[in-house]
Write a protein that binds this ligand. Structure first.
Ligand SMILES: *Cc1c(COP(=O)(O)O)cnc(C)c1O
Length: 379
């Protein structure tokens, strides 16, 4: 059976010795725009491509503002900080995520608290979130306070796993009810819609990533999207060393960060964004091909929830158990087809082991079964 799957993936990707999980595709104006930054000498912190990339991303996502950053982790750090998370707070998130989500929470001085995901969306479960809050918090002076730790729960960071939108409007409603700021980790879900609205636009702010393995890349890069003009203004300020604009003086009015996206990276991003719609069409075709095949051999393939439109960033199948998962990982990787398990759950990593957790039955179940299969945009 595993031989058949590997052969099918090989046929799908044509004649190649090894097939990566996800590689970038540069078939548009990438060379021209990058060369343009070199010729103009504006490769670094100043330049028109940054402004254009921010405008184009805001338009694409239907957000009012977008602020480019050096990577998605930095974007998440600043989005959390500006949403009011600071030292000693707690932030609710899912254990099934890339480590950047938990790390960004840590950078603010807050502690992550891990809440379970849904088995169908792979994203934060609104029911599990509400169950946790009902039992564990009291509202004190307009804030949600964890009865057990005495700490304020300042924010909630759901993640749209592999590009599949989670039940974000239900999560947003729970957050409103318990007075918790919503920051979406939409790093994997550019182009994914929840009931027609772009992921990352449901809370105070959303965060995108343009790392090399994402659907479009700037080499490294990220973006904060928001509808709040003041939030966007503060984000721009604090990510550009908090320098007060002046013709020659260097004056900074708070401890800022050097988190801005260089112009040369933004140039790559502008060219990639021009291709995104075409990429999304091809990814959907690839997912359809996989879905039909895996149905025919009786292996569950992760599909977009019926209310959503996924970008199908990383395709995933669910194997029977951990032993079968490991067998398939071993077979496919030694036969030139790159496959990967889901991330080790955050609550099992050394630095997050002592964090508070809800009941994580679904995350544990999924961790044993998920395998990501090659998902690059086909030629
Ligand atoms: C890629 C990613 C990020 C951001 O990663 P960077 O490499 O810093 O751009 C954050 N969260 C998730 C879930 C991701 O997949």
């Amino acid at each position: 059976m595993y031989k058949g799957i590997v052969e099918f993936i090989r046929e799908t990707y044509g004649d190649r010795i090894s097939i990566p999980l996800h590689e970038p595709c540069f078939s548009g104006n990438e060379r021209e725009y990058v060369a343009d930054t070199i010729e103009s000498s504006f490769v670094s912190s100043v330049g028109e491509y940054v402004n254009r990339f921010e405008r184009d991303i805001a338009t694409f996502c239907g957000a009012k503002f977008a602020v480019a950053t050096v990577n998605g982790t930095a974007a998440l750090h600043i989005a959390l900080k500006l949403s009011g998370t600071g030292a000693g707070d707690e932030v609710l998130t899912q254990p099934l995520t890339f480590v950047a989500t938990a790390n960004a929470i840590s950078y603010t001085g807050a502690l992550p608290v891990f809440i379970d995901v849904d088995r169908d969306t792979l994203g934060l479960s609104p029911e599990k979130l509400e169950d946790f809050l009902k039992v564990n918090i009291v509202i004190r002076k307009g804030f949600a306070v964890n009865k057990k730790s005495g700490r304020r729960i300042s924010a909630c960071v759901p993640m749209h796993t592999f590009g599949h939108p989670c039940r974000i409007d239900e999560i947003a409603a729970v957050c409103r009810k318990y007075k918790i700021a919503l920051v979406e980790d939409a790093a994997e879900s550019i182009g994914s819609l929840y009931k027609g609205k772009h992921t990352g636009t449901f809370g105070k702010a959303g965060v995108l990533s343009f790392n090399g393995n994402k659907i479009i890349t700037t080499g490294g890069g990220g973006m904060i999207i928001t509808d709040d003009a003041n939030f966007a203004k503060k984000a721009k300020h604090i990510t550009t060393t908090a320098k007060i604009p002046h013709k020659w003086e260097y004056v900074h009015d708070e401890t800022g960060y050097n988190y801005r996206l260089p112009n040369i990276n933004a140039a790559l991003g502008c060219a990639q964004l021009e291709k995104l719609k075409g990429f999304l069409v091809k990814k959907r075709l690839l997912a359809d091909t996989y879905a039909t095949y895996f149905k025919s051999i009786g292996i569950p393939f992760v599909l977009e929830p019926e209310y959503a439109r996924s970008n199908y960033w990383l395709n995933a199948i669910l194997l029977k158990n951990r032993a079968e998962r490991n067998k398939f990982l071993e077979y496919s990787n030694s036969n030139g087809v790159m496959t990967r398990p889901a991330w080790r759950l955050m609550n099992k990593l050394r630095m997050y082991k002592s964090c508070q957790c809800g009941n994580l039955e679904n995350a544990n179940w999924l961790e044993d079964r998920i395998v990501n299969i090659p998902s690059s945009v086909t030629k």
